[in-house]
Design a protein around this ligand. Structure first.
Ligand code: ATP
Ligand code: MG
Length: 283
């Protein structure tokens, strides 16, 4: 049975659990429990602090894990990454007090910088030829400049409002992160096969999330234009309507292109456009 470690409570927890559930894997989750067994897939879920996940997977205590790339790379095990999962996107950025002069990374020569990511930051600065004094602290990094602990910080940013609230401005992006699936590198053949099944399901779920099913009515005269806008997986499905001169068209569109395409579809004469979520999509 595969052992998958996920974050017990934090920003990764809900999306990790949702992904597993959408893969059709059922399990009971009780907040006081530290592990649960799936009822219909050979999987055991361990609930851990995210910082502990890379080490446990490296050591084989867990076979798999879901963790932020930031934590994985900081732990020093980037080779465990199997695939990106598309959620918990954030970046690690350098920030300085709003009033501080800053033109380029060279302005950080000899500066003291507070961070919880000394490895990622150290590698980045070394790559830029900058020598700075790193102060490793485990939390509340944003307040370091205002209490005189450091002149700059490097921390996780998503919207930037925390930085703003602490009188800081973002000056460089050091690292871009998302949640990733990680795996121990010496899985048995049997576990490797179970991992492949799990990845197959995760990919079907993620592809489905990125796409929508679209149904519309179009005048036959507009079909060529409609087909160009809706190439679909192979090609769109066409069904004649009871009213002559009209067809029903069914296809799949990427969520990113969706609004753009629907407005063009209307412009060429499409009517009654319905859009449906897709549950699983297997290529
Ligand atoms: P733990 O108690 O498990 O150690 P934590 O406090 O270290 O939790 P969280 O704040 O829950 O960690 O963040 C977990 C991960 O979520 C981060 O390592 C990062 O990959 C991602 N993350 C952090 N902040 C954000 C954000 N604002 N937006 C999106 N993703 C984020
Ligand atoms: Mg943590």
């Amino acid at each position: 049975m595969l052992r998958l470690a996920i974050q017990k409570s934090g920003r990764l927890s809900e999306d990790s659990l949702n992904l597993i559930r959408e893969c059709g894997i059922n399990f009971l989750s009780a907040s006081y429990k530290l592990k649960t067994e799936a009822t219909n897939f050979p999987l055991e879920i361990l609930y851990l602090r995210d910082d502990d996940i890379p080490g446990y997977v490296q050591d084989g205590v867990a076979d798999l894990g879901i963790v932020g790339q930031n934590v994985l790379v900081e732990a020093g095990f980037p080779e465990l990454e199997v695939e990106g999962l598309g959620f918990s996107k954030c970046r690690l950025s350098l920030a300085v007090p709003r009033a501080a002069a800053y033109d380029s990374i060279q302005d950080l020569q000899g500066v003291s910088i507070a961070t919880s990511y000394p490895k990622i930051l150290g590698d980045y600065l070394a790559g830029q030829g900058v020598r700075a004094n790193l102060h490793t602290i485990s939390g509340s990094v944003e307040i370091a400049p205002s209490i005189g602990l450091a002149e700059a910080i490097c921390d996780i940013v998503s919207s930037g409002s925390t930085l703003l609230g602490n009188g800081l401005r973002e000056v460089e992006t050091v690292f871009r992160s998302e949640a990733v699936l990680i795996a121990n590198q010496t899985l048995s053949a049997e576990k490797q096969e179970q991992l492949e099944q799990l990845q197959f399901r995760m990919q079907a779920v993620r592809r489905a999330r990125r796409n929508k099913y679209i149904i519309l009515n179009a005048p036959v005269a507009a079909l060529d234009a409609v087909k160009k806008l809706l190439p679909g997986i192979k090609s769109p499905t066409l069904t004649p309507l009871a009213e002559e001169g009209w067809v029903s068209v069914q296809s799949v569109v990427n969520e990113d292109d969706f609004w753009h395409i629907t407005s063009q579809l209307k412009a060429v004469g499409a009517e009654g456009i319905l859009v449906l979520p897709i549950e699983k999509m297997i290529s």
